[in-house]
Design a protein around this ligand. Structure first.
Ligand SMILES: Cc1cc2nc3c(=O)[nH]c(=O)nc-3n(C[C@H](O)[C@H](O)[C@H](O)COP(=O)(O)OP(=O)(O)OC[C@H]3O[C@@H](n4cnc5c(N)ncnc54)[C@H](O)[C@@H]3O)c2cc1C
Length: 388
């Protein structure tokens, strides 16, 4: 049994099929992404989404997990998707655009027309990507303050505005733009969602240089026209539609962060058993042992939380779980950051060197507590559900 399997065992009410599925994804990642091969696929870890890898995983049915069979998917549960995200993050699969794609898939499942489902879900089941643009230069945590506008003109939507931080827009076939379509008294009213193809005239996608590589983009929309049927759901209902997706979004981000946390933990643990100082493995020092004991306990707690909320979402996809979903996002992402930071401390200078992947795990982890709603915002939401 590997270290990962030992620390991750425990059942958690997974079915035999789910155990087999997790093992298959784990084996695939271990075989396909050894360090030299991963460096090659990702152009030296700069490009963390390979369309070729996505295509091969799609052939195995893994990109269609939350997509119905009638749209080319494999019709699994949301828990299956959470298991896949955890395992692929742990296995360093270069499919960085998949999590955001899954967030948009959730929105299409809930609000898409038959034609949108056939087209867009079919593309994803084949390994394609989708992106979502809420954030703007002056609108981050306060999403409802967004200004990008879409106006109806001669059977089209014409969009104007700027978006920030749109992850993997450069790899997506379509970007779901959250925008204003009506003037309203409340900022939560008059919002809508419109799909814009990546190659639409009037849309410019500019990469933003970050600690993590080529992952996110600035978008400019100048008189960008799309057909009227590019609207997702109901005009003016955008805020409600966004809120309906929060369970999914937070579990998706939490499951990925959990996989990253476990990866940092496992690598540090293997190192602590090998590295010798003062005539013994550093893992024999109590100061190091306690770090592992604490992190192993938290990993088990977070895994239970992620899977519990995924299961609750499967039981009733329409149920809003603001407290639990925010707990998942908060706990999993803060843990990923802590595992990578402690992992670096445990590995000493070698953890800091680019020869080892720990510094990349840390760069990947620090942003998880920022995107998809910062940790402060998750705490605000949890506190609000407590009547504060
Ligand atoms: C790599 C990356 C990928 C991203 N991908 C996407 C994407 O695909 N689509 C998309 O739409 N957006 C995306 N985002 C945007 C992301 O969701 C925002 O960065 C995030 O919501 C925070 O907004 P901000 O950066 O403007 O920070 P701000 O909102 O300006 O916040 C700055 C600081 O103030 C704190 N703060 C703000 N308001 C409060 C409050 N009420 N109480 C307490 N503290 C508060 C924040 O927690 C933070 O510490 C991405 C961001 C990054 C960095």
């Amino acid at each position: 049994m590997t270290e990962a399997a030992l620390t991750r065992g425990g059942g958690l009410a997974l079915t035999d099929e789910q155990h087999d599925f997790v093992r298959a994804v784990r084996d695939f990642c271990a075989k396909e992404f050894p360090p030299e091969r991963l460096a090659e696929i990702t152009d030296g870890y700069r490009d963390l989404h390979s369309e070729e890898v996505a295509g091969r995983m799609a052939e195995l049915g893994w990109f269609g997990l939350t997509i119905g069979e009638e749209y080319g998917g494999s019709g699994g549960t949301f828990l299956d998707a959470a298991l896949f995200l955890e395992e692929t993050a742990h296995g360093r699969a270069p499919i960085g655009g998949y999590a955001v794609t899954l967030i948009v898939v959730g929105a299409i499942n809930r609000f898409g027309t038959e034609a949108q489902k056939r087209d867009l879900l079919g593309r994803v089941a084949d390994g394609g990507g989708l992106a979502i643009a809420m954030s703007e230069p002056d609108s981050g945590s306060d999403v409802a303050s967004l200004k990008t506008a879409a106006a109806r003109e001669n059977g089209s939507w014409v969009l104007n505005g700027s978006k920030m931080w749109c992850s993997y827009a450069h790899k997506a076939s379509h970007i779901l733009i959250v925008c204003r379509t009506q003037k309203a008294d409340s900022p939560h009213e008059g919002m809508s969602m419109v799909f814009v193809p990546r190659d639409a005239e009037g849309l410019t996608i500019t990469p933003i240089s970050t600690l993590g590589g080529e992952e996110t983009n600035e978008l400019h929309l100048v008189d960008c026209g799309v057909p009227e049927d590019a609207l997702l759901g109901t005009e003016g209902n955008g805020w409600t539609q966004l809120m309906a997706g929060l369970n999914n979004e937070r579990v998706i981000l939490g499951a990925s962060a959990l996989g990253l946390a476990q990866r940092a933990f496992d690598d540090a643990l293997a190192y602590a058993k090998e590295r010798r100082q003062f005539g013994r493995p550093i893992g024999q020092f109590q100061a190091i042992q306690h770090k592992f004991a604490e992190l192993a306990t938290e990993l088990a707690q977070v895994r239970l939380l992620v899977r519990w909320v995924a299961q609750l979402t499967d039981e009733d996809p329409g149920r809003m779980l603001p407290r639990e979903a925010s707990m998942v996002k908060l706990a999993a992402t803060e843990l990923a950051k802590r595992c990578a930071l402690e992992g670096m401390q445990i590995m000493g200078g070698y953890g800091y060197a680019t020869e080892y992947p720990m510094e990349r795990y840390l760069r990947a982890a620090v942003v998880t507590t920022i995107f998809g709603g910062t940790s402060e915002i998750q705490k605000n939401i949890i506190a609000k559900t407590l009547g504060l």
